[in-house]
Each structure stands twice: as C-alpha cells, then as structure tokens.
Ligand binder design. Structure first.
Ligand code: WQD
Length: 316
C-alpha cells in the first residue's frame, strides 16, 4: 500500500515508517520538523505545518500526486504540561491540523485514516485495566484534543471515512540509535539521562495505593506500537470495517520502581534512586485492557519491560 504518514519524522512516526517499509508498503511523510528529524527516515518528505492556512490545499495536491491508500496521522503536540500552559496552541495544532487533513481527504475521496490517540483520553480511571468503553474524562488540554480528534473521525463517517483510533499507553524503547526519543520528557529517557549524568532518578511519590507505593503504567515498545498501525491499516483495507478505537499497550503494568530496577539490570549500574513528591495529576494506575485489539486485529505485543528498557538504554 501507499501510505501518507503525518509526523513521520518523529520518534514514533519514524518507527511506523520503518515498520511499514519493512512490510513492503511505501511511505510519504508530512512533518513540520518541530521535533522531527529527516535523518530518521528514508522516503519522500514534505515539510508542512498541518495547521497552517494553506495546508489543506497543499495536502490535496500531495494526495492527487500520490494516490494514497491510507493515512496514518501522528503529527501533533504531545506534552501534557505544556498543553496546560498553552491550551490554544494545542487546540490549534492538534485539532486545526486534523481538520485540514480531513478536509483534504474528503476533497480527494481518500477514506482510510489511522489516528494517533492516547490513554490521556481516560483521565484518572479507577479500574484495574481500562477498556476502550470506559467513560473517561481527560484532565488536561492534550487529552482533550485527542478525545475531540476521535470525535472528528467519527463525524467524518458521514462522507464515508473509515477510521481507527489507537490509544497509546506509555510508549518507550527504540529500534536503533537513529530513531531514539531525543526529547527526554518521559520516565525512561529521563531516568537514563540522570544515570548517565551520575545523578539519582527521582520517583514521583511512593505513597500511592499500589504494592510498592509508586505509580503503575503500561509500557509498550515503540516497535510493537508501530506494528499496531500496520494492523490497523490492513483492517481498514478490508470490506465494511467499523470505526473502532483500540488500546495499544501490553496489558501488564509496571511501577516506577520496577522500571528503575529494569534500568539497573539493562545498564549494569546499581544507581541510587531518590524519592520525591507526587506529581500533580498522576493516576496511581493506568493499564490497558488489550482484549479488543487482540480479538479484532489479532494484534499482540512481543516486547516486555526488560526488552523496552534495554533497547532504550542501548539507543542512548
Ligand atoms: C510515567 C510514570 C510519573 C518521571 C504521559 C502522558 C500520556 C502519554 C505518555 C502522550 C508516572 C513517573 C516520571 C520521573 C517519575 N503521552 N515519573 N519520575 O505521565 O504516565 O504519561 O506520557 O501521549 O498522555 O500523560 O508518563 O513518563 O511522564 O510518567 O517517577 O522523573 O513515571 O509520575 O507515574 P505519564 P511519564
């Protein structure tokens, strides 16, 4: 298939492009290069800000040139804290960009879209494993843009769009050093940077109602996540597929302390760990129920926490 990958020069997007190419698909990337790097990809790339005024017209031209089978839309801002400080930028970029993309797709009759959504849509779920039907309410503008984005795809069914929302849990790891996450905004890259600087990684709270007191998350390897996109594209290529939302996680939770223990093993360094205060807005536990993606797409992750942390360490 021929795929348009927005945000394809980013950390996750470049893993999607690599997996797609390995599976025999061809890709064209659109990216504003705000955090993306063209060195991560080996395919045609158009530098374009999807939220800009003429983005839709430029996309129409690109779509007419290439005759895409499907679009994988990852281009977005993704920092929760920044979204609280700059909500307008998040709504403009994440939803304005999606609106321009949908306008262009409607114009050319391109009707298959895989949307990069997030577990941030669930807010603070109080369940062991969260299913896609859990009536969550996002607690920050970032999560709000992702939930509204999902609604925008649903609305576009009126002109025949077939869409899939992939709600990513905590994405980490890397296929190689070139594709690694350079931003260091999440636990694993932050902890790796601390260890490399000879500092103690900080655990944000050990007084949560969890077995070791630290927060539990569902860490998913970026290479597994990339393959979930390909499964979704294949699904949409089938006849009469329904608009569907899928969690992408492993279904297995790991606490912050367990992640740091895995990092001690991966690095071979018995580093000190510092115990800090709770961070505002952290749910104690956020783990995916992955039965729907298993049942409908036949998709299962292959990497466990040790493999995720090892690959992140090796790529750092
Ligand atoms: C993981 C755990 C922290 C840093 C966020 C977004 C989510 C998604 C993924 C985009 C938490 C703890 C962290 C540190 C720590 N983003 N922590 N010390 O908050 O689960 O999810 O990223 O789609 O929407 O909310 O990820 O990596 O920030 O934190 O103890 O130095 O690690 O408190 O429990 P989070 P994270």
């Amino acid at each position: 298939m021929k795929l348009l990958v927005t945000g394809g020069a980013g950390y996750i997007g470049s893993h999607v492009v690599k997996a797609a190419q390995s599976a025999g698909h061809s890709c064209v990337v659109v990216d504003n290069l705000s955090t993306g790097l063209t060195s991560r990809i080996d395919c045609p790339a158009l530098e374009l800000d999807l939220a800009s005024r003429d983005a839709s017209a430029q996309l129409v031209q690109l779509m007419r040139e290439h005759n895409f089978d499907s679009v994988i839309h990852l281009a977005a801002r993704k920092q929760v804290g920044e979204s609280v400080q700059k909500p307008e930028e998040y709504f403009l970029d994440n939803l304005g960009g999606l609106a321009n993309l949908l306008l262009a797709m409607r114009e050319v009759g391109l009707k298959s879209l895989v949307f990069s959504s997030s577990a941030a849509t669930y807010g603070m779920p109080d369940v062991d494993k969260v299913t896609e039907d859990y009536p969550g309410v996002p607690i920050n503008p970032y999560g709000q843009t992702k939930l509204i984005g999902e609604m925008m795809l649903k609305n576009a069914e009126v002109w025949g769009l077939r869409g899939v929302n992939l709600r990513y849990f905590n994405v980490a790891g890397a296929a190689s050093q070139e594709l690694a996450d350079t931003a260091a905004l999440n636990l694993i890259p932050i902890a790796i940077n601390a260890v490399k600087a000879g500092k103690a990684p900080v655990v944000f709270g050990t007084d949560y109602p969890t077995p070791d007191g630290s927060c539990i998350r569902d860490y998913v390897h970026v290479e597994d996540l990339a393959l979930a996109h390909l499964a979704a594209v294949d699904y949409l290529a089938g006849a009469n597929q329904e608009f569907t939302t899928f969690n992408v996680g492993t279904g297995v939770g790991a606490s912050v302390i367990e992640v740091l223990d895995a990092l001690k093993r991966a690095s071979g360094i018995d580093f000190e760990v510092a115990i800090g205060e709770r961070r505002a807005g952290d749910p104690p536990r956020l783990v995916a129920d992955v039965s729907r993606i298993d049942r409908v797409l036949g998709f299962r992750t292959k990497h466990d926490l040790a493999s995720i942390v090892q690959s992140a360490w090796d790529a750092s």
